[in-house]
Design a protein around this ligand. Structure first.
Ligand code: AMP
Length: 281
């Protein structure tokens, strides 16, 4: 695996690879890699001649400075894991390489409704930051395929919108969430959980499973509230427990039994904010 830190060098390398006929798969990450990230790498390896992974903890997408400061950094281990998976290129830029003109006056993306709900509501500015960095990374890598995790369901929808808005020539592939054996969605933030918190954290995916099992056509508010109260009683501070249309993320209060739904949860366990989601059919 080669490690590239400068955008210009990356672009040159990509141009060279393309000239040999390789298709390019791209996996953007913030590092602290786990098996969820590696699944994206494996998918890319299976489909593309050249797999590029980026590791960049993007300051503009953190609405909470404490979360940014505490974001885990495990770069030596990340490099080992990527080598083991046969990743071809690690793009490892610093802030100046991504934002050479600084982080003021960055473009604004018209994300509309998507930015006003769920993660957008509880993390103001987060998706603008995500678009700012992903747009720059896509311009640098120019991949054929972009691999994103379903774990960040709303983020996938935002990036789909970014691709449409900017008419980017890339196909996005959404990879199902990789879970621990007890059901907890793998996340870099799980490293910040104490042993007791880690044990408790499973309640989030268990609650999604419960919704999936219990949901019936008709009104959904009782089930939704019951789950929110349950998590609160278990010691979580939920930002939301939502049941929404899987294509639009509009909340669904009355279900006809046919509409494709997704359940989504974001909740704090002490200092650590966890998110997860599950398709309900
Ligand atoms: P992050 O480093 O958290 O920004 O994640 C980088 C990419 O990995 C994003 O597309 C995430 O959705 C994806 N990802 C994170 N956790 C998982 C998981 N447990 N399963 C599948 N993909 C994941």
């Amino acid at each position: 695996m080669i490690i590239i830190k400068q955008t210009k060098a990356l672009k040159n390398y990509i141009i060279h690879s393309r000239s040999t006929g390789a298709t390019i798969g791209f996996v953007p990450t913030m590092g602290a890699l786990h098996n969820g990230h590696l699944e994206l790498i494996r998918r890319s390896k299976a489909n593309s001649g050249l797999t590029v992974c980026s590791i960049f903890v993007n300051p503009t997408q953190f609405n909470d400075p404490k979360d940014f400061e505490k974001y885990p950094i495990t770069i030596e281990n990340d490099i080992d894991l990527l080598e083991q998976q046969g990743c071809d290129v690690l793009f490892l830029p610093d802030v100046a390489a991504i934002y050479p003109q600084g982080m003021q006056h960055l473009p604004h993306y018209e994300l509309g409704f998507l930015e006003t709900i769920l993660e957008g509501k509880y993390r103001p500015g987060h998706f603008q930051g995500v678009c700012q960095v992903v747009h720059r990374l896509l311009n640098a890598v120019q991949p054929d395929h972009l691999y994103m995790g379903q774990k960040d369901y709303q983020q996938c929808m935002v990036i789909k919108k970014l691709i449409e808005l900017e008419k980017l020539p890339v196909a996005m592939i959404v990879v199902p969430t990789v879970r621990e054996t007890d059901g907890l969605a793998m996340s870099s933030r799980n490293m910040r959980l104490s042993a007791a918190e880690r044990k408790k954290a499973v309640q989030i995916s268990a609650t999604l499973q419960f919704i999936k099992r219990e949901i019936k056509p008709g009104e959904l508010e009782t089930l939704r509230q019951r789950c929110q109260h349950y998590l609160t009683a278990e010691g979580f501070r939920p930002d939301y427990v939502a049941i929404a249309d899987a294509d639009t993320l509009h909340a669904v209060d009355d279900w006809d039994g046919k509409q494709q739904l997704v359940a989504l949860i974001a909740a704090y366990l002490n200092e650590v904010r966890l998110i997860d989601n599950m398709l309900l059919q």
